[in-house]
Every structure is written in C-alpha cells, then in structure tokens.
Design a protein around this ligand. Structure first.
Ligand code: NAP
Length: 375
C-alpha cells in the first residue's frame, strides 16, 4: 500500500515496486490522479484516503499489510498513517526526515508499535538510510574506542551549480514547514535539540573541505543503539563554507523569533502556497546529472579519528524510490524480526543493508585521509 502514490516520491516508489514484481495498492486523495497512476501500471489496485480524515487512512490498512507513506510534510500530514498502521497490525515505512515528526515516531508511536508487534521504519529514503549505513560501517571499522560519529550528506547538483539543484514539490513544502523546528544531536551522551544550522562542521578530505550545517537526521537516535558507548552523534548537510556560516548566524535570531506565536503563524502563511503544488520534481535528465556523497567519521574520546566511510552515488530521489521499494519488499516478506520504531541498520544489519544500498545506487568508495572538526 503506497499512501501518497500520486506524488513525486510516491510515483518513484510505485514504479520501483512494480519493477520488482509487486502489485502495490496505490492510495491518494484524488480519484482522477489515482486512476491515472493505476492505468500507467497495468491497472494496479487503487484506494482513496485523505490525511485530513484519519478514518479514511485507517480503512486503507489491514493486518499484515506494509504501509508506505509519502504524504508530507509529515509534521502536518504524517500522524494518521503511522497510527493506522499500528492499529491495523501493519508494518510501516515513510519518506520523512523532519525532526519533530521523527521524535513522535520514536518516542510515542514506537512503544505502541512494539506492543502491536509491528515495525516502523521512518526516514527510509535518502534521509536517512545511507547516513545510518555509513555511520554503522565506520563504527564497525573503529571498534571499541569509538565515542563520536559525524555524518554528512551532500547533494551535488548538475555541473556543481547550486542554482541547478532540483528539489521536489514535497521537499520544498517540507523545508518551509520545518525550517524552525529544532534538530537533534547526541551531546555528552544525551539527546539534545538545537536550532537547525546552529553547528557548523568541516570534513577535510584529501585537498577538499566539505562544510556542513547541523541538519535533521535519525543518526543521533539510531547509531547509539548500535554503539552504546557513543557520547556524540550528529547529522550535517553539506552547504559550503559561506552559506553554512550564514545559516549559523541566522539560527540565533530565527530561534528567538520562532518562539513568538505571531511569527510562526506568519511563517505558516508564507509556506501555504508551497503545499498547493504537488507531484513536481527533477526530470530524468536532471536526476542523471545529480549525484550524492554521504560521509561518516568516527573519533575516540580525545577526538582522534578512528574510521571514515564514504558512499557515493545517484540522485537522492532515485535512491529514495529504490531503497523504499526494497525495504517495503523486505517487510512484506517477513525478513525483519524486530518490533517498534527501528533504524535501518537495526532492521537489516550492516551486511544486509550495504548490498541493498549499493543496488539502490550508493556505493562505498576508497578514501584518502578524511578528518572532521568543528569550526
Ligand atoms: N527522506 C527522503 O530522502 C525524501 C525523499 C523524497 C521526499 N521526501 C519527503 O516526502 C514527502 C513527499 O515529497 P514529494 O516531493 O513526493 O511530495 P509531492 O510530490 O508534493 O506529493 C505529496 C503527496 O501527498 C499527497 N497529499 C497531500 N496532502 C494530502 C492529504 N491531505 N491527504 C492525502 N494525500 C495528500 C499528494 O496528493 P495529490 O497528488 O492528490 O496532490 C501527493 O500524492 C515530503 O515530506 C518530502 O520532504 C523525503
């Protein structure tokens, strides 16, 4: 069952599921769009549901189903699908990446899912599968002394030109909707929240320097479950030195403003037009010209670098469509034994996930010396 199948990401996941031999039910809120999608894939089964009507979402799922949710922004539309999956006894995965929604899934929905004996795999796209894998591989390489892991995501636009970076309609709406939500990092062994952009970290590699800003991710939650001695963990988005420093400077006044109700209301009004546009995103030519890098560095308590892992590969949306289809297939076949809200490595193990991530287009590459440090 793909809820949000008519959207940009939903269509990609649906196409990958069909290519893998599945016949998913394609669910959406608009009959004409659902029917058009069904027709494109040899008359797939379809269903109608609206996130604004939780009962309609509940009617989508039955025990043993796998619910793939791609209706975002998840902080606004995500809850009914998670609740419906748990109530029905269905497994669940989504394309979320928003800190506040992820917190709800791990802290509130996770324990309920565990009691119901189902698996929740939030953030199962480019956010945050490869960062979890790279972090887990680096932790495995680093061994017992590992105390700190930093993960950086980079999307390299066509020709390396930032203005040519293609983002989907849902990504745009979600970024606007969650611009003021604090993100999580592990600091001194505790999960803390900080405004997006508040920390800047450089990842030095050979002669190049990647500069990232603090970003929402699941790594600070999920990697310590694999390596309980970790005391520091954070996720960054590579933004270049100047934009990163600007984001950090802007995070102070924005954090203060976001505490004012009138400001968040105005921000909501400004973001509303983006919600009305759906189903748009980079075309195949733009996808072909876009690449990604995911880097994880692990250090000991003194900051000494112990291990680094670099994954390189395809456009983030192409990857998302492929990996979500793979994860849905694994859940459908009963390959995951745990219950509750899991991270991708917890669900599949490093050795299970690495080949799947490679098949979806992100491969580990050899690395000249990499180090990271705050700036
Ligand atoms: N984790 C990752 O790496 C990753 C990758 C890609 C996307 N994403 C996230 O995934 C989400 C979707 O992105 P996208 O670009 O695919 O979005 P999109 O193209 O704008 O599609 C949004 C989908 O949600 C549906 N929808 C909107 N409101 C709804 C409601 N009230 N009830 C039912 N369905 C509703 C839309 O239906 P209609 O077709 O009828 O308008 C459409 O199918 C965003 O939050 C984005 O940030 C994450």
């Amino acid at each position: 069952m793909v809820f949000g199948a008519t959207g940009y990401t939903g269509r990609l996941v649906t196409a990958e599921l069909v290519a893998a031999g599945h016949r998913p039910v394609v669910a959406g809120r608009d009959r004409a769009r659902v029917d058009a999608l069904r027709a494109r894939h040899d008359d797939l089964p379809g269903a109608l549901a609206d996130a604004a009507d939780p009962d309609s979402v509940r009617r989508l799922v039955e025990p043993g189903d796998v619910l793939v949710a791609t209706v975002g922004p998840f902080s606004r539309f995500g809850r009914p699908a998670v609740d419906a999956a748990i109530a029905a006894g269905a497994h669940y995965l989504d394309s979320s990446g928003e800190a506040d929604f992820l917190r709800q899934v791990y802290e509130d929905a996770g324990p309920r899912a565990e009691r119901a004996g189902v698996v929740l795999l939030p953030a199962s796209g480019f956010d945050c599968v490869p960062g979890n894998l790279a972090g887990a591989l680096a932790l495995r390489d680093a061994g017992e002394e590992a105390r700190r892991v930093d993960v950086a995501y980079q999307v390299v636009p066509p020709g390396g030109r930032l203005h040519r970076l293609g983002i989907s309609s849902g990504t745009r709406a979600t970024m606007l909707a969650s611009a003021f939500s604090p993100v999580e990092m592990l600091r001194a062994g505790r999960l803390v929240t900080l405004p997006f952009g508040r920390e800047v970290r450089t990842f030095r590699q050979d002669r190049s320097v990647l500069t990232g800003v603090l970003w929402a991710g699941t790594e600070a939650r999920t990697l310590p479950r694999l390596a309980p001695r970790l005391t520091e963990a954070a996720t960054y988005m590579v933004a270049g030195g100047r934009p990163a420093r600007l984001a950090r400077a802007a995070s102070y006044p924005l954090a203060a403003l976001s505490r004012l109700r009138v400001f968040t209301r105005l921000a909501g009004v400004a973001a509303a037009p983006a919600l009305r546009v759906t189903g748009r995103g980079p075309d195949p030519a733009a996808q072909d010209a876009t690449s990604t890098v995911v880097l994880a560095t692990v250090a000991d308590a003194s900051g000494r670098q112990l291990a680094t892992v670099r994954l390189e590969g395809v456009d983030p949306y192409v990857f998302t469509g492929r990996i979500m289809a793979w994860i849905a297939g694994q859940l459908a076949s009963g390959a995951v034994t745990g219950h509750g809200a899991l991270g991708p490595v917890e669900a599949f193990g490093v050795d299970g996930l690495e080949p799947a991530v490679a098949a979806a287009g992100l491969r580990r590459v050899g690395l000249p010396g990499v180090s990271s440090g705050s700036s």
